[in-house]
Structures are given as structure tokens and as C-alpha cells.
Design a protein around this ligand. Sequence first.
Ligand SMILES: [Fe+2]
Length: 247
Amino acid sequence: MRYLIFSDIHSNLEAMEVLLRWAKRKKIDKYVVLGDLVGYAASPNQVVDRIRKLRPLEIVRGNHDKVACGIESGEDFNTAALYAANWTQQKLTKANVAFLREMPQGPRRVDDAFLICHGAPYHEDAYLFSEYDATLAFASFKENLCFFGHTHIPRIYFQNPSGDVGFMNLRGDEVRFDFEDGCRYLINPGSLGQPRDRNFKISFAVFDSEKRTLTSYRKPYQFTVTQSKITKAQLPQMLATRLGMGI
Ligand SMILES: [Fe+2]
């Protein structure tokens, strides 16, 4: 089974379309989305419409999805994020609000093969930024493999059979990673719509469960178009600026 795994699209239609065009030419059995479909950029309905069309689909909700559909108030959001979430809530169609409201909370098991969550396996809104965070996360689930999002940083945390935890950042336009028997993994495929590792290119991964490999990809997209839409919608300008810098 080949799983296309991506996260944190954040209403970025141009990023989404590059991914869909790429996926059309590849053999993908299942699309796996780790949450934060909306928030920040200016195309929430177009992105949710495209995600809804993906079949078969495994998905968990993100913190921005919850605020944009009214499940949470966003009191812990910074000013720009909250402004964008409220703007998004006003723009979303009823059908897309209903879709966001029904998105399940992580962690969620996919095909008895791995777990998925937005933030951490022990809490959907927690951030896994360090080996310390990852050590706590590894202690909170039993499976050997879990995919997460939320930090927008493409990274693999691994735990060897004696319990030691380390990590490697996924850098490069195409990086292949082979899984080792006896090790456990927490993997972030990076962000599709708002990468934050100083690389503007969209980030996503393909997991091949038979070959036991992961390939991480970066692809360029027309971020200036996304920036113009953010400006035209009068969303905070820093949300446009950061896309070009990958921060
Ligand atoms: Fe996010």
C-alpha cells in the first residue's frame, strides 16, 4: 500500500494543486491528511473542496480546523492566526463547515499499519519540537509508527530498541528513508501550505508499507499567487511574507 501523507495545508490552493497534479502521475492507494486544512491563507473553500474529493481518505482535525468551524474559540492563537481563523469562519460554506466539524480527533489508526495525529499521540494540540517531547510521545503509544503534523517541520524521530531517541530533519527535494527492524518512528511530513524550515517549497511524503520505505518530497509552487490572494483578502500581510521565506 502506498500512502500519500500531508499536513497543514492552511487554505493554500496553489500548494494543494501542485500536490494533486503530482499525485495524478503516481500510484497512490490512500491519501492521509494530518489536519489544519484551513487558516492563514485565502482559499479555505477551494482547499476543503479538493480534500473532500480525495478518496479513499484518512484524516484527523487540526487546531485551526477546530477554530474555523466553531468547535473552539482560538483564545490561545496569536493575533494574525485568530484574525485569519475568524475570516475563514465567515467565508466557509455550510457544507465545508460541516465537513470540518466531523473530522475525527487524533490519534487514529490507519489500516492496522500506523497511527496518525495532528500534534502528538497523547494530545491533538501538543507540539513535538524536541527529543524530549518525542520521548514522552513514544511512551504514549504502542505501535511502531505514527505520523504527525502541527510544527510544519519535516522531521523523523526514531527510538532504538534500547529506548534512546534521536531525530533527523528531512532536507532535500527527494529523500528516501529505510525503516529498521526493532525501531519505532514518529514522522512529520512537513507542511504543504506553510513550510517553516526556511524552504518555501511544499512538503509531503509517501509511505510504502510493503517496501517499508518513506520518501519525502519538496516541490516548488507559485507562492506569489497565494501571497496576492492573501493581500487582496486583507489578511495580515505577514501571512503573505512568511510564505516566500518558508518561516
Ligand atoms: Fe498548522
